[in-house]
Design a protein around this ligand. Structure first.
Ligand SMILES: Nc1ncnc2c1ncn2[C@@H]1O[C@H](COP(=O)(O)OP(=O)(O)OP(=O)(O)O)[C@@H](O)[C@H]1O
Length: 238
């Protein structure tokens, strides 16, 4: 079956820095994959490649078989790739409802957008906060609204960059549940550092190191792999 997204011998060089090395990555429709790697491993660059913000030096990116390697930064959303970065993306002066509605409205009629917004806020557990200004939300609540903004546009592929960063244990557990629920309808690639969180959600983990994929395996096998422990400075990934 054609993968949802696939990269073939993908490379990026920034001057002397080889940030992405011969990456062959393949994600099936409705798969959930976690990507880990130490600082500077090339995780952000990989996401930027998948969303057209960085152009490959060589290699290809295929989305449902279509070559998107040279797409413009505005095209991923139209194609069906949604991303939540670590950079805050909500309109602080608008309410929770308005932020999600704007996303739902992009591809839907006003009436459909109302329904999608209602359903999305239920899914992310934020219905009670619908009339709160986004700028007033605590960190964890804000992350869930940001995820809501992404899923309201109903993209087949969702990229999440460290969705559990800065959250309490309870919020991390709730975020894991939410991601598993989202995964019933969408494929996801999740970049994360927190291995406990990864254990809660992932069946397969891709490890990047110095721009290259060095392992793809289950979370348990990755965590007990001596090479991975060595890369994380003699410690287990936290
Ligand atoms: N625009 C750029 N120009 C030059 N070098 C860059 C650029 N973007 C990234 N790099 C370099 O490419 C390498 C990979 O960086 P990247 O940000 O993708 O790693 P990362 O795994 O996301 O790291 P972190 O976990 O710290 O966010 C690093 O050596 C970084 O300094």
């Amino acid at each position: 079956m054609t993968p949802l997204i696939e990269t073939r011998d993908l490379n990026v060089r920034f001057g002397g820095v080889h940030a992405t090395r011969d990456v062959n990555f393949s994600l099936a429709e409705n798969e959930l994959r976690c990507v880990i790697g130490p600082n500077g491993a090339g995780k952000s660059t990989f996401f930027k490649l998948l969303t057209g913000q960085v152009k490959p030096t060589s290699g290809q990116i295929l989305f449902r078989g279509q070559d998107i390697s040279r797409m413009q930064p505005h095209e991923p959303g139209r194609l069906g790739i949604g991303i939540k970065t670590q950079v805050p993306s909500l309109f602080n002066g608008l309410t929770v409802w308005e932020n999600v509605w704007l996303s739902a409205r992009r591809l839907n009629s006003s009436m459909q957008a109302e329904r999608i917004t209602r359903e999305t806020l239920e899914r992310v557990g934020m219905a009670a906060y619908h009339d709160v200004q986004a700028g007033l939300l605590a960190h964890g609540l804000r992350q869930w609204v940001e995820i809501g903004v992404v899923i309201a546009a109903d993209p087949p592929l969702i990229l999440l960059d460290e969705p559990a960063a800065g959250m309490s244990d309870a919020e991390v557990a709730r975020t894991a549940e939410l991601i598993l629920e989202i995964n019933r309808q969408h494929a996801l690639v999740v970049v994360e550092h927190d291995m406990n969180f990864i254990r809660m959600i992932a069946r397969k983990v891709t490890v990047l190191h110095q721009g290259a994929v060095i392992r793809e395996d289950t979370p348990d096998r990755i965590m007990s792999d001596p090479l991975i422990q060595q890369i994380y400075l003699g410690k287990k990934p936290h």
